[in-house]
Design a protein around this ligand. Structure first.
Ligand code: AR6
Length: 176
């Protein structure tokens, strides 16, 4: 197994274009679609995704559910629901960490080689980018240290501020 840091990658752009075993969706508890990355994924995957999601009956904040990728280049979608950020003292860090843990656990169970995450909660749910990047990178590195799958984790950031926060956090891990 390669060192965890060698198994992560940071890219900028649109997550729906990535040809990986699974992309992660920053959904809401209904799993029926919305704006942001959720809207982009539902548009690109096509209406059969909503049908599959409807049958799941929703998802609690901090948990995750698996569907097929439908028209996406990605084989599957792992839908997770991030916390709405209030002040950081209402369980937000634990819930955000739980999103990454649950999504990674599904990827490990399914033996997915590659998985791509958006910056969960960093848009409509207003999580501060640096704090979210810290949780995302530390949780993923911790998981990879103990698990063979997924082999590769991509962080896909659309906004420059969020990309920069991830880049800084990854550099910090590289120096440690
Ligand atoms: N590819 C990669 N990243 C993206 C894309 C994309 N196509 N589109 C947006 N982002 P958000 P949240 C970034 O709001 O904060 C939805 O309506 C975006 O710039 O998509 O978890 C759901 O239905 C930001 O950095 O998700 C929920 O109701 C990050 O993805 C709610 O929004 C997350 O922003 C979830 O809010």
């Amino acid at each position: 197994m390669d060192a965890p840091l060698r198994r992560i990658e940071l890219v900028s752009g649109n997550i729906v274009t990535l040809k990986v075993d699974a992309i992660v969706n920053a959904a809401n508890t209904t799993l029926l679609g919305g704006g942001g990355v959720d809207g982009a994924i539902h548009r690109a995957a096509g209406p059969a995704l909503q049908e599959e999601c409807r049958a799941l009956g929703g998802c609690r904040t901090g948990e995750a559910r698996l569907t097929r990728g439908h028209r996406l280049p990605a084989g599957h979608i792992i839908h997770t629901v991030g916390p709405v950020y209030r002040d950081g003292a209402h369980g937000e860090p634990e819930l955000l960490r739980s999103c990454y843990q649950h999504a990674l656990a599904i990827a490990a169970r399914e033996k997915f080689k590659s998985i791509a995450f958006p910056a969960i909660s960093c848009g409509a749910y207003r999580y501060p980018a640096r704090e979210a990047a810290d949780i995302a990178v530390s949780t993923v590195l911790g998981f990879l240290a103990k698990n063979e799958f997924p082999e590769r984790v991509i962080f896909c950031c659309r906004e420059e501020e969020v990309f920069d926060a991830y880049q800084q956090r990854i550099e910090q891990a590289d120096l440690a």
